[in-house]
Design a protein around this ligand. Structure first.
Ligand code: ADP
Ligand code: MG
Length: 692
């Protein structure tokens, strides 16, 4: 297969544009895409026409404005290209059709920014992310705003946050005599997922309705042998991965690495990084295509953060950096970071931003599903901290503590096998436990959930770093001795925010008390994390950087809370129904059979032992009875959930979730005691080892 020909064949990319647009129009569009110049609407008709001709040649009959409402999914409404012409039709896409759309906005979450009767919403073309043809439809990436101008999506604020960072970074670079046209953040998203067989999936109501198992006793074999990570791929899995890679390449997505992850049935895909906006769209498309391609192979791709208790959950690593249009990576420390004042100032700004706004960074990845990872015993803990590694860690320690820094150089190492090459050993080891780790020339934010949109944390990251840059510019502009002022300001930031740096094991038992001593936030669940958005200083940073209005911040916090409450409510109702309608009767069925065995043994002879049958029947009867009590409590508490989202969220986190856990503990206990032929659902072993 010719991968270079396949790559991007479904994308209206630069090459296609160049070949199909008049030179003048192409140049104007390029200025918008590359430099963020305002879109010249007079070119829209020509672009629309070229796009339509290209799409029709690819077999498209429809087009859609593709947008990202405040769910984690994308939305689309298809219109055909047909336009009546006498009793025939022509295929048409007008400039206006390309630039704006007007979907009914009333049924998308708005967090109270709009009354349901005020339904008008607009989608507007985002020329910075390429259009593509998929399944006979031309997809046009768009932003989504309400009639009154409030943003109703994740793309508009993301683009605004990128503009804020661009503006502030250019001001900062100017102080160092660097002029550039554009500074953009780049993102590479490592995506984890589970693959299970469609047949077992369909028999699990909880997986179908909630994306995770609400019941399931631990399998006899979990991930303890550590043999799945990077293990050889099973044929069915590798066929799926190959098909997925080819599909993603055809849409211009840089799918690069793939491997088995730690848990059985868990895998990972990582693309090559790109501009944040494009990376976010690509990740949305990747998640959708993972599910579709899996289906073709009789598999189901689970993107939930915690489909299975007792084995690892799935996350997403957000590798994040900042580069100029000339290719200068602002987070590249170079050989001697200690004598690179620009790098040290930028590093200090990022550290200061992450410390000052740790609450909203944590809240940006909060969801009912991600609560199973953060704050539980896996993934990075719910506490935000920054890992710098040995070299930068030592430099920052020296500055913050006023000590001299003794350079620690990379040394060529031999691994002791004569035929193996000698290569320089990295100056920084990896730290897998840190939520925000410096990894060479980028930061890796590891708290993201696997199914969440990567837009949310990037909006926060870009905004808070833009704020830190703007404060640095204000402090340093007009300084008489810039070099000295810069060094002093860097030192001040590092001293003030030193508490956020933690270079050790984030999973260790000492970290929580230590973090508390340092005054760092430890927000273990969504109900506790989301209110961070409502703090005055946090609202202000969004407003100051032009990313959200106050009303928009409040709306988004409301939506996160409402989504959390609704998710737990669905899970609670599903758990109660499964327990009542399937598990309770199934266990009774088995008890009935045990009792029949006892009765028939007794009828035949007093000598036939039936002690084990008796003990088991008694035990199961008691547990089943107790489970129904727990189900009733769960149902009661669900029925009495408060109306107001903030209060309801607390009720869900602290009453309903424990209720569900109580039902589950009893059900899982009974699963281990019940004959497998009676159990109503596929077990963990059936699920985790379903792909042969
Ligand atoms: P690993 O962390 O496993 O060593 P890499 O360092 O190659 O892997 O990168 C992991 C991810 O980080 C990949 O998705 C990669 O594209 C992304 N990445 C690398 N450089 C950058 C950068 N400058 N900006 C954003 N992401 C990056
Ligand atoms: Mg990683």
């Amino acid at each position: 297969m010719d991968v270079t020909a396949l790559f991007g064949c479904n994308v209206f990319n630069d090459e296609v544009m160049k070949n199909s647009l008049p030179a003048e129009i192409y140049r104007s569009l390029k200025r918008t895409v590359d430099e963020g110049a305002p879109l010249d609407s007079s070119i829209a008709s020509a672009v629309a026409n070229a796009m339509k001709d290209w799409a029709v040649k690819k077999g498209a009959t429809h087009y859609t404005h593709w947008f990202q409402p405040l769910t984690n999914l994308t939305a689309e409404k298809h219109d055909s290209f047909i336009e009546p012409s006498g009793d025939k039709v022509i295929m048409q896409l007008t400039g206006k059709n390309l630039i704006v759309g007007e979907p009914d906005a009333s049924s998308f979450p708005s967090g109270g920014t709009r009354a349901t009767s005020a339904a008008r919403g607009y989608t507007a073309w985002d020329p910075t992310s390429p259009a593509f043809v998929k399944e006979g439809t031309l997809y046009i990436p768009t932003i989504f705003v309400s009639h009154t101008g409030e943003t109703l999506d994740k793309k508009a604020p993301l683009l605004k946050s990128m503009t804020a960072l661009d503006t502030q970074a250019k001001r900062l670079l100017r102080l160092f005599g660097i002029e550039c046209r554009k500074v953009a953040t780049t993102v590479g998203t490592e995506q984890e997922y589970f693959l299970i067989d469609e047949k077992v999936y369909e028999r699990r109501k909880d997986l179908v309705l909630t994306g995770r198992t609400l019941f399931g006793a631990p399998p006899t074999r979990g991930q303890e042998l550590e043999d799945h990570y990077f293990g050889a791929l099973k044929t069915r899995v590798s066929d799926f991965m190959r098909d997925l890679d080819e599909t993603l390449w055809s849409y211009g997505i840089f799918a690069k690495s793939k491997h088995n992850e730690v848990a059985p049935a868990q895998h990972e895909l990582a693309p090559v990084f790109t501009t944040t906006n494009v990376a976010v769209d690509a990740n949305q498309l990747t998640m959708e295509l993972m599910k579709k391609v899996a289906k073709k192979h009789g598999l189901v791709c689970l993107l939930h953060e915690k489909p299975f208790e007792g084995v690892n959950g799935s996350g997403k690593h957000n590798n994040w950096s900042i580069s100029t249009d000339a290719g200068l990576n602002l987070l590249d420390p170079g050989e001697n970071p200690e004598s690179n004042p620009r790098f040290m100032l930028i590093l200090a700004c990022v550290i200061a931003a992450v410390d000052t706004y740790q609450g909203i960074l944590r809240a940006s990845v909060a969801s009912a599903a991600n609560d199973h990872r953060l704050g539980a015993d896996e993934a990075p803990p719910a506490i935000i901290s920054v890992y710098l590694g040995d070299q930068l860690g030592a430099i920052v320690d020296a500055i913050a503590c006023g000590r001299a820094y003794i350079p620690h150089k990379a040394v060529p190492g031999s691994i002791g096998v004569p035929s193996s090459p000698i290569f320089p050993i990295d100056t920084t080891d990896r730290n897998r436990t840190s939520p925000f780790a410096f990894t060479g020339n980028k930061f890796e934010f590891r708290m993201l959930g696997s199914q969440a949109s990567v837009a949310d944390p990037n909006i926060v990251l870009n905004t808070i770093v833009a704020q830190a840059f703007s404060e640095a510019v204000e402090a340093l502009s007009g300084a008489e001795n810039f070099g000295l002022a810069c060094r002093e300001y860097t030192e001040k930031l590092l001293k003030e925010h030193y508490r956020i740096i933690f270079n050790y094991n984030g999973y260790g038992p000492d970290w929580e008390p230590e973090a508390e001593r340092r005054g760092l936030l430890n927000l273990k669940n969504t109900a506790d994390a989301v209110p961070q958005f409502l703090k005055r200083e946090n609202i202000e940073v969004f407003v100051k950087q032009g990313v959200y209005t106050e009303k928009e911040v409040v709306a988004r916090a409301n939506i996160s809370m409402e989504t959390y409450v609704k998710t737990i409510n669905i899970e609670g109702l599903t758990a109660a129904e499964m327990a009542r309608q399937d598990i309770y009767p199934a266990v009774n069925g088995y008890i009935h059979s045990l009792c029949s065995v006892i009765a028939s043994k007794r009828a035949v002879s007093e000598k036939l032992a039936c002690n084990a049958d008796m003990v088991l029947a008694e035990k199961l009867s008691a547990m089943n009875e107790k489970m129904m009590g727990a189900v009733e409590k769960l149902e009661e508490d669900l029925a009495h959930a408060p109306m107001e989202a903030l209060v309801a969220a607390q009720h869900m986190a602290h009453t309903v979730v424990p209720d569900m856990n109580a039902v589950r503990a009893l059900a899982d206990g009974m699963e281990k005691l019940t004959a497998s032929s009676y159990w109503p659902y596929p077990t963990y072993t059936d699920l985790l080892y379903s792909v042969k």
